[in-house]
Design a binder for this molecule. Structure first.
Ligand code: GLP
Length: 241
């Protein structure tokens, strides 16, 4: 486990931008797993402005809202198009994404797992942290699932995602498709970025607590090559420093 403790969100963004840029330069055929959310916004802006060749890169996003078509403005696919994909020379055929509007969601999940396997697995998975400890959309609860699956979203998660739905949390779909814990833990390298005081409790549970389904991100402690990039505010809840 590598822990990069930096001053603030800007410094965390610079650190992760450098990590991803190096990975793409060293491995032009990189298979890259990507998150959505506010945390990677500046990262995507920086990657979009960097002189990087994405022509050989393949991407797989972590999750998508059930029911939403890719061109729905609230979809994660639309978010990624807006903030990253349209700014880089990533071939459209190299973009892996879950279809929220799939008629058969179980088949869609199986298709996604097969597509990731066919790409040789994920080389570098970037993840963010839910305020409740979720990773992708693997929500805290009694149990976790290994494979890509459909998950009901907690109210707090829907509220956290309300911005792109006119601020109305009830307009946020009540369920999502997400990579499961096997996809997260079998990525060859994981980089977790979390910043801000709203993540402090989740960061403390993730780093210092037991591995528990109550904090899905705590399972990252078991990953053999995980890098945490955290700012001071996000680590302010830790008792052990
Ligand atoms: C979202 C996404 C996660 C993301 C998390 C944190 O709901 N499904 O992949 O990491 O919540 O989002 P933010 O970066 O906006 O805090």
């Amino acid at each position: 486990m590598t822990l990069h403790l930096v001053d603030d969100h800007d410094a965390a963004t610079r650190r992760v931008t450098a990590l991803v840029s190096t990975a793409i330069r060293e491995t032009p055929s990189l298979v890259l797993g990507l998150p959505t959310g506010r945390t990677p916004l500046a990262l995507y802006a920086a990657l979009g402005a960097a002189a990087l060749d994405w022509s050989g890169v393949r991407t797989f996003n972590l999750d998508e809202f059930v029911t939403l078509a890719p061109d729905h403005p609230g979809s994660f696919r639309a978010f990624m198009d807006e903030h990253l994909f349209r700014h880089v020379n990533l071939p459209p055929a190299s973009i892996g994404f879950l279809r929220g509007d799939a008629a058969d969601t179980a088949a869609e999940c199986a298709r996604y797992d097969a597509a990731i396997a066919a790409a040789g697995g994920v080389d570098l998975l970037l993840v963010g942290l839910g305020g409740n400890g979720h990773i992708g959309f693997n929500e805290p609860g009694e149990s976790l699932r290994a494979e890509t699956h459909v998950v009901p979203l907690h109210e707090s998660t829907r509220r956290a995602n309300a911005e792109r739905f006119g601020g109305d949390w009830q307009a946020v779909p009540a369920s999502a498709l997400t990579m499961g814990m096997r996809q997260v833990l079998s990525a060859r390298r994981v980089v977790m970025m979390a910043t801000g005081a709203s993540k402090a409790d989740a960061v403390a549970a993730m780093l210092d607590g037991p591995l528990t389904t109550r904090c899905p991100a705590s399972w990252l402690q078991a990953h053999p090559d995980v890098t945490f990039v955290l700012d001071r505010a996000a680590t302010s809840g830790r008792r052990v420093r």
